[in-house]
Design a protein around this ligand. Sequence first.
Ligand code: NAD
Length: 317
Amino acid sequence: MRADKRKVVLVGTGMVGMSYAYSLLNQNACDELVLIDVNKQRAEGEAMDLNHGLAFSSSNMKIYAGEYRDCKDADIVVICAGVAQKPGETRLDLLKRNAAVFQSIVEPVSASGFNGIFLVATNPVDIMTRITCELSGFNPRRVLGSGTALDTARLRYLLGEYLEVDPRNVHAYVIGEHGDSEFVPWSQAMVATKPILELCGDGGHSAPVCHDKLDEIETEVREAAYKIIEAKKATYYGIGMALTRITKAILGDEHSVLTVSAMLRGDYGQRDVFIGVPCIINQNGIQKVLTLSLTDEEKEKLGQSCDTLRESYEGIL
Ligand code: NAD
């Protein structure tokens, strides 16, 4: 990775892709951004629009609509291409439609000589990440999905509000499928180093209310995407910022812990599945999957989520 020129190629310049691009620009997160879309005119228009904002930004990013050959020297290829979730449609319903789209993307990216890191946002993201890994033949540590990064951010925000604590001091994760079987391992949720379950008996929060409220927050996080889609047809700002955070962790070689979709290779007793778990992210992609000390019940929930994803993946073979 070259410290002097951080190059990102974005495939899919729809709402999610462009929210990501806009966030990259505003956070000055890379030096060169290439936009690719099956609708080339759209990619060109988006590049023009972003370039016209450069004079107002603190960035001198080079932004242009490009071709798959531009992936050759990229650090990261981010895939946001696909079909958006329709109201009432589950993420897994999208699978077959998006699998065909990915074949037409991953093959030319790999053929360009690309030797960086794939980052996937398209839903169902855990399965699309696995498909990207299979199609590219890359080491799984260099293929990651946005996983439950956004869900975890939603959880930390809601817990921060409820507990009246800065969300940056809330250490809690949503793990599992980015979808209906995701869950919060509450045994591992902390405010600073204090377990949140222990806080339930403390101060202003009476025990039963606290536990009910935690369940409520977990449900709200799980159903957030459905609610937003119902209200405004799609979700994009939050995921755009989550992708920017992951990009910065990679390009900055940060060794940050983020809940991305990673291949499990014996971690949590699971294998042959990409799923959202806390991982240490650096310039090589996933440096390490962190294995949390889950309770037996939480391990079972994670196992069920893995089974759901394996079944869906096998459904398209
Ligand atoms: P969108 O319809 O606005 O954009 C999709 C873009 O993909 C379009 O510009 C389209 O032309 C392009 N595209 C389609 N086929 C292509 C191909 N073969 N090659 C190149 N480009 C192609 O959709 P959106 O709202 O931006 O959503 C994109 C994806 O992101 C969806 O799958 C959605 O479910 C997902 N998403 C994921 C998360 C997450 O947390 N991971 C959150 C929100 C949305």
